[in-house]
Design a protein around this ligand. Structure first.
Ligand SMILES: Cc1cc2nc3c(=O)[nH]c(=O)nc-3n(C[C@H](O)[C@H](O)[C@H](O)COP(=O)(O)O)c2cc1C
Length: 248
């Protein structure tokens, strides 16, 4: 790639990899607050600013959350663990301040609030990586979303979207290959007649990645991984939980 299409920001973005092993070096709280400000600077649907982070410091709660997330040890071990929540309760407060009623429970609100959390958290993650930190998102907390919400005392109109571990990396994994741009960037309308062949080739790149990363023990392609996952509904409790929280 030439200099016109490469700079340090793009280089940083393209060198992302999830980090699941951290050194004991703490992340100074002032640094974390700067990262949160970077998260807040992300675009936000209609200015709703619907993301709230719960930084979990209590070690017993961290252990419980690691269990709830499907026994992911790094949830307990990472120097920082936060639960990134969609928060429409604050919007209720805004309506109350204006003596105006708020209608809730709409899919559109669910989409905008969830998108806000994703954009906020990704800004924060990129900022963290720019300072030499490593991160991993933890969708696993949604395995037990009701228990997580209870533990963190989340009220109605607030729901956890994912967790986020942050710390200094104690591992140096390879960058995971992504789908070719020709599959994810379409011109003018949706066409996928060539995508099957391109994905088959990509499968081989992913297989090589896993072989290298696991010293030959993991033999997996991208399409194989996806087909294994998509044969059944994941986390079937989600709709019921969100409806109870008046959040969709
Ligand atoms: C919303 C979300 C939830 C995720 N949940 C988990 C998780 O629970 N545990 C985990 O180890 N990785 C989790 N990941 C990390 C993905 O597995 C990872 O981003 C993906 O395999 C690509 O690898 P990379 O981040 O190293 O490029 C999650 C990522 C995202 C975006």
């Amino acid at each position: 790639m030439d200099n016109i299409t490469m700079n340090s920001t793009i280089e940083l973005l393209k060198s992302h990899r999830s980090i699941r092993k951290f050194t004991a070096e703490p992340v100074p709280q002032a640094m974390l607050e700067t990262l949160v400000e970077a998260g807040q600077a992300a675009a936000t649907s209609s200015f709703i600013q619907a993301c709230t982070l719960i930084q979990v410091n209590n070690t017993d709660n961290r252990r419980l959350l690691a269990e709830y997330a499907g026994n992911q040890a790094y949830v307990a071990e990472a120097p920082v663990f936060m639960v990134c929540c969609a928060d429409m309760r604050r919007l209720q407060l805004a309506c109350d301040l204006n003596d105006a009623p708020m209608q809730s429970g709409f899919t559109e609100q669910f989409i905008t609030a969830t998108a806000d959390v994703a954009l906020f958290s990704q800004n924060l993650t990129v900022a963290a990586e720019s300072l030499g930190l490593g991160c991993v998102y933890i969708g696993g907390i949604r395995n037990n979303i009701a228990a997580v919400s209870e533990l963190l005392n989340l009220p109605e109109l607030v729901y956890p979207v994912f967790g986020l571990c942050i710390g200094y990396p104690d591992q140096n994994p390879e960058v995971k290959p992504r789908l070719p741009v020709s599959v994810v960037l379409k011109q003018d309308s949706y066409q996928d007649q060539d995508d099957g062949g391109i994905i088959s080739e990509y499968d081989q790149a992913v297989r090589e990645y896993y072989q290298t990363r696991t010293g030959g023990t993991k033999d997996m392609t991208w399409s194989g991984q996806m087909s294994g996952m998509l044969g059944k509904e994941a986390r079937p409790h989600m709709l019921d939980f969100l409806q109870k929280k008046a959040s969709c």
